[in-house]
Design a protein around this ligand. Structure first.
Ligand SMILES: [Zn+2]
Length: 76
């Protein structure tokens, strides 16, 4: 697998402008969407302590659908 420069490929397709990222192909400002990942304990089916991990996922509002705010569970 090719090594990615960042965890978010959209940022590799964007130019940084101060605090903002501008999507090179369409000129839109990249937005950040809050995605909540429930934390589940391994070995316990669908059991978690109600803990969540918040991730801010960058996306282009013109080229991509907004990320699902309910992210995949994280197993610990
Ligand atoms: Zn775009």
């Amino acid at each position: 697998m090719a090594e990615s420069k960042s965890a978010y490929p959209i940022l590799d397709e964007s130019d940084q402008n101060g605090e903002e990222f501008i999507h090179r192909t369409c000129g839109m400002t990249i937005l950040g969407k809050r995605v909540t990942h429930p934390i589940w304990y391994k070995g316990m089916t669908a059991a978690g302590g109600g803990e969540v991990q918040i991730e801010i996922v960058p996306f282009c509002p013109k080229c991509e659908p907004a990320p699902n705010p309910h992210g995949d569970p994280i197993y610990i």
